[in-house]
Design a binder for this molecule. Structure first.
Ligand code: ADP
Length: 341
């Protein structure tokens, strides 16, 4: 297990991490998510031993590896790293890149096993520039796994790849982590990484953990605007709350549509997802300006009284066309007040 307790960190006088604690279990993927600059990579670098801990403590498999005055070097922590592209040795073949990661050269069977596990058979003799982006990342994964690390740390490794490749690599990552019983911490801000990879999600904002739980729990019940914003194409609209009613350019909505209760009266920004709203035909309602196919559904663009446009997901078949008039109703607890962000 990887355990971080009450980690604080500052670059010079600038605090970046504020009291972060987390545990990541073997055989599971923990996704560390949050907007750019919230401190994810810094936390990963502390866990890897690339930065020294100033306050707090890190344990790997029960052993203290970092605390003020304690710094086990990266190579003695049993930690592997997978970064974005460019981390392979260009002058070594794929096979030699993987073998480079082996602690013991006699373990060449291990390299063959990893080549098989990452579907790289037949490509061992190629140099990195002779491989596709996805193949290079599979070599990087195999190389990181070669010395049997207890912990694998990923820093947005698949960010530069296309969707199909990302999907394959996520599947390979999940399978390998489960089969080898490795602790995996995966930094990302891609919501597809979260839904396809994560067993547990730890969401950060401004150097703090703001929510942790299953991908579904974070999707259905975001407790912080940055979590609501992360998933499901959240769109921001203006509103004004007054008692039981929230006034918007798309009508007056009951305030129990708000996912976070106890919001003060007054103007506020709202985050709404295409699947958090419902449309019904209404001759006095707002105009439909466009329809776009999205899988089995249509995304229907509706123009508000202030000319802002929101997209609403509607199952086909339906009778809406451009120019239809509709009223827009929020689903219960499906509108997220964008406060405290
Ligand atoms: P994330 O990975 O979530 O994008 P980082 O951990 O990279 O965030 O950065 C967190 C904050 O620390 C940012 O404000 C960033 O500018 C700052 N930062 C990162 N690295 C350094 C550094 N070496 N020196 C000073 N500030 C840094």
């Amino acid at each position: 297990m990887l355990q971080l307790d009450s980690i604080h960190f500052a670059y010079g006088q600038t605090p970046v991490l504020d009291d972060i604690s987390l545990q990541a279990e073997p055989g599971a993927v923990t996704c560390l998510v949050g907007p750019s600059g919230c401190g994810k990579s810094t936390l990963l670098r502390l866990a890897a031993g690339l930065l020294a801990v100033q306050q707090g403590e890190i344990h790997i498999d029960g052993r203290s590896v970092a605390a003020p005055g304690v710094h086990v070097p990266p190579e003695d922590r049993s930690v592997g790293l997978v970064f974005q592209e460019g981390a392979l040795f260009p002058h070594l073949t794929a096979g030699d890149n993987i073998r480079f990661g082996l602690r013991d050269a006699t373990e060449s069977g291990r390299a063959d096993e990893l080549i098989r596990m990452t579907d790289l058979e037949g490509l061992e003799g190629r140099y990195p520039h002779e491989l596709s982006g996805g193949q290079r990342q599979r070599v990087a994964l195999a190389r990181a796994l070669a010395p049997r690390p207890k912990v694998l740390l990923f820093d947005e490794p698949y960010a530069n790849l296309d969707q199909a490749l990302r999907r394959q690599l996520r599947a390979a990552t999940r399978r390998l982590v489960a089969e080898l019983g490795t602790v995996a911490v995966f930094v990302t801000h891609d919501s597809d990484d979260i839904s396809e990879l994560a067993d547990t999600v730890v969401a950060m904002h401004d150097g703090r953990v703001v929510q942790r739980g299953s991908p579904r729990a974070l999707f259905d019940h975001p407790e912080h605007p940055s979590v609501a914003r992360m998933y499901g194409q959240a769109q921001r609209i203006g509103g004004s709350k007054s008692g039981d009613v929230v006034k918007t350019a798309f009508g007056d909505w009951p305030s129990d549509c708000l996912a976070i209760p106890g919001v003060a009266d007054g103007p506020l920004d709202l985050l709404v997802r295409p699947d958090g709203l419902a449309l019904s035909t209404d001759a006095d309602g707002n105009a439909v300006t466009k329809l776009r196919v999205s899988g089995a559904d249509d995304l229907v663009a509706v123009r508000g009284d202030d000319d802002t446009v929101i997209m609403v997901r509607v199952a086909r078949p339906h009778s809406l066309t451009t120019g239809s008039r509709v009223s827009v109703a929020p689903l219960h607890h499906r509108v997220f007040p964008d406060v405290a962000s």
